[in-house]
Design a protein around this ligand. Structure first.
Ligand code: PBG
Length: 328
């Protein structure tokens, strides 16, 4: 169903523009730049902690002192933006550490912004790292309660903004959280703090390594009553539409690689800034295969990042950010 009126071979010879590197570089349609990349960091309590995450080679749990060292390196590499996840010492039923003024994320954000005022600091807003049961909301009768969770998420978002977060990124998948967070931020004087919503977030096996990294695996059941079913594309568009209506400034598709079709649909449908999360499992698969000599890790990394942008993502959250920055 080509609507192009292309002349036949031998007049058409697409290989002409692939003849050498200069031509290929000139006519490459999609490129990845350092400013497209957001680097996730896992922040632990304590001092001088630098614990490698075994399922994510090259990624670490870092205490705040080491996060500051890491930020210096990130800046030197030319990266501009980080996404923070907290690992508290203590967890409870209602995830109190998530909205404590002296919580690990709140202290980390203050320290980072004091030392690196130019760094764009995005905070993940969710309860799963802070709850004893590991779910992203309040649990009653074995079920994650939507409306009771909204107030806690709003408190968490406001406390992050107070600490100095530049962008708030809710990843919990409760209905109505973007509206609740927007309202709370506005009331607290943060009308200009943007929300990057994890809008189409799927219940995914690709999060496996992250749950080791963030110590956030659910202690019973799974997340299927709040995260999306991976067969659903139309519903993903409705989730994104709702988040936009509720006030999201940036909408996200997560994971990225198995969902490139939805990144593309979202870009075409909404004309909004789109973020894609190149998640832990997508990173670890490449690292594992490369470590075995089964493929060239750097080549595959750039191919993956480029494909996510080609699909329509404006920004990519990726554990590859530093590796990619060294090449770019
Ligand atoms: C927290 C959260 C998760 C991820 C980001 N925020 C895990 C989950 O929902 O279980 C996954 C990120 C990754 O795999 O890299 N809700």
């Amino acid at each position: 169903m080509s609507n192009f009126n292309l002349p036949d071979f031998p007049v058409s010879r697409p290989r002409r523009l692939r003849k050498n590197g200069a031509l290929r570089d000139m006519f490459r349609e999609t490129s990845v730049s350092k400013t497209d990349l957001i680097y996730p960091l896992f922040i632990a309590e304590g001092e001088n902690v630098k614990k490698e995450i075994s399922s994510m080679p090259g990624q670490f749990q870092l205490s705040i002192d080491n996060v500051l060292r890491e930020c210096a390196e990130i800046e030197t590499l030319g990266l501009k933006s980080i996404l923070l996840f907290g690992i508290p010492l203590e967890k409870d039923e209602v995830g109190s550490g998530a909205y404590a003024d002296d919580g690990v994320i709140q202290r980390a954000v203050r320290e980072i912004k004091r030392n690196f005022p130019e760094m764009l600091v995005i905070t993940d807003v969710c309860l799963c790292e802070y709850t004893s049961h590991g779910h992203c909301g309040v649990v009653e009768n074995g079920y994650v309660q939507n409306d009771a969770t909204l107030e806690l998420l709003a408190r968490e978002a406001v406390s992050h903004a107070h600490a100095g977060a530049d962008i708030i990124a809710p990843s919990d998948m409760m209905d109505g959280r973007v509206a609740a967070i927007r309202k709370a931020l506005d009331a607290a004087g943060f009308a200009e703090t943007p929300i990057m919503a994890y809008s189409a977030k799927f219940s995914s096996g690709f999060y496996g390594p992250f749950r080791e990294a963030a110590e956030s695996a659910p202690q019973f059941g799974d997340r299927k009553t709040y995260q999306m079913d991976f067969g659903n594309g139309d519903e993903a568009m409705r989730e994104i539409a709702l988040d936009i209506q509720e006030g999201a400034d940036i909408v996200m598709v997560k994971p990225a690689l198995s969902y490139l079709d939805l990144i593309s649909r979202a870009k075409d449908t909404f004309n909004m800034p789109i973020a894609a999360y190149n998640v832990s499992g997508e990173y670890s698969m490449v690292k594992a295969a490369a470590a075995n000599g089964w493929l060239d890790g750097e080549k595959v990394m750039m191919e993956i990042l480029t494909s996510i942008k080609r699909a329509g993502a404006d920004v990519i959250i990726t554990y590859f950010a530093k590796d990619a920055a060294r090449i770019l």
